[in-house]
Design a binder for this molecule. Structure first.
Ligand code: SPV
Ligand code: MG
Length: 433
């Protein structure tokens, strides 16, 4: 019986690994080499299980006769000890990400060593599945920055439309995170949070003119991050001056935000819902393209999305201008387009969606604050990927709080306001210890 040797670095088993073992066992008596903890560390990995535990797992697999530790990345030492007739290996010889090792050189070493006693290397096509992708799915439930970031992309690719609601502090973050209902047998919730400049400014009693500074915006994000797990989309306003933006975007990326949306405005920013009355100026196409390109260069995460927001419809520049800008911003490298409108009905937004479809290569975002008769299903059918309910929690809270304050003033006591209020018992048990 021939002696067969194969080596695994993996700690997560999937169907391709089992196929490799099956094929290897058909060729003779199979010894599986398990990379030691130290060898895995050389590959930049932090072992999930101890090496002794991995030996037990592989030893229990059908077709495996023996398990040995391979203490080095190089196969040579174990090959010289075991003198196998055949080494079986998947043909994925790519270097582990970030490593300076040369796996093609390791392959050559195996071939040369085996040649000393007439052994040979059998390579099995290994293309269907990547263990890294499985690992990233396993960590899906974590709130850590990279995982939270990955979640938005997962949602864009798997949901008919991604449903986002504004949050401007920890409490509204909790509402966005935990509000669930069942509609006709379907569980519904919000997929993530929008940290709106309007709501973040309003909550701080400031106008929405980019007055609330970067540090203060980050503090709001941090509050929400602290008690939620869902993706966060940041309203980045105009992004500020390009020279500042390239620095600020790095901090924002590191904070764990999944995406930033920047709008093509310059000068003192006014809220879009003022329309042309806001006296707002739009950036030139080239100017905004440059901001996008410089911002993209500053980023390191592949999962982070920079989305460009087009203000042409708000500023009455027309559909053609909006479409020209969408094309230009995509050319500059954005990972999404947001089209905004302050019209009561969705006609101009839908016209944009239909024309955009002809060259759409990135997700489309809409904010139906004024044209709020349109449903998510209708938007999804027109190719919209993300819908943002941009200001609704703060708008709900303000009148409720004001009416309570008025009632107390009116009656000289708080009893009459009671029916409008959450009970003390509910407040103190709202947030678990
Ligand atoms: C925000 O929520 O701050 C926005 C959307 O930018 S809008 O207020 O409609 O301009
Ligand atoms: Mg805003």
């Amino acid at each position: 019986m021939k002696k067969v040797y194969t080596v695994f670095t993996t700690e997560i088993l999937h169907n391709v690994h089992i196929e490799v073992i099956k094929k290897a066992a058909e060729l003779g008596e199979l010894t599986v080499g398990i990379y030691s903890d130290n060898a895995l560390e050389q590959l930049g990995r932090v072992p999930i299980m101890k090496q002794e535990q991995r030996v037990v797992v592989f030893g229990a697999l059908q077709g495996v006769a023996h398990v040995v530790l391979q203490k080095e990345i190089s196969y040579v030492k174990n090959l010289n000890t075991l003198k196998p007739d055949i080494v079986v290996r998947g043909n994925n010889w790519d270097n582990p990400r970030g490593s300076t090792l040369d796996f093609m050189q390791i392959r050559q070493e195996i071939i040369d060593t085996l040649a000393q006693w007439g052994g040979k290397l059998v390579e099995i096509p290994y293309t269907q599945i990547k263990t890294d992708e499985i690992i990233s799915k396993i960590s899906y439930n974590s709130y850590l920055p990279e995982v939270r970031r990955r979640k938005l992309n997962y949602l864009i690719n798997s949901k008919p439309i991604v449903r986002i609601i504004e949050a401007h502090n920890g409490l509204t973050g909790l509402i966005a995170e935990h509000t669930n209902i069942n509609v006709n047998g379907e569980d519904k919730n919000f997929h993530g949070m929008w940290v709106s400049s309007l709501c973040d400014s309003t909550a701080k009693g400031k106008p929405d003119i980019e007055l609330v500074d970067h540090t203060s915006r980050l503090e709001t994000i941090e509050q929400i991050m602290d008690i939620t797990t869902k993706p966060i989309i940041l309203d980045g306003d105009s992004g500020g001056q390009t020279g500042h933006f390239v620095h600020n975007i790095k901090t924002i990326e590191r904070s764990g935000v999944s995406a930033i949306i920047i709008e093509d405005k310059i000068g003192l920013k006014a809220n879009s819902l003022f329309g042309i009355a806001g006296g707002q100026e739009q950036d030139t196409i080239e100017g905004f393209q440059n901001k996008i390109a410089e911002g993209k260069k500053a980023l390191t995460s592949k999962e982070f999305r920079m989305i460009a927001r087009i203000e042409s419809l708000i500023l009455k520049k027309g559909l053609e201008d909006a479409l020209t800008r969408a094309k230009a911003y995509i050319d500059a490298g954005v990972d999404g387009i947001m089209i905004h409108s302050n019209q009561k009905d969705p006609t101009e937004i839908l016209a944009f969606c239909d024309k955009f479809a002809a060259f759409k290569t990135v997700p489309l975002v809409t904010v139906p604050t004024t044209y709020n008769t349109i449903t998510e299903d209708e938007l999804a059918k027109r190719g919209v990927n993300i819908v943002i309910y941009a200001n609704h929690l703060i708008r709900a809270a303000f009148p409720a709080m004001q009416n309570t304050a008025i009632s107390i003033l009116k009656h000289g006591r708080s009893k009459e306001a009671d029916d409008m209020l959450m009970s003390i018992k509910d407040v103190i048990s709202l947030i678990p210890k």
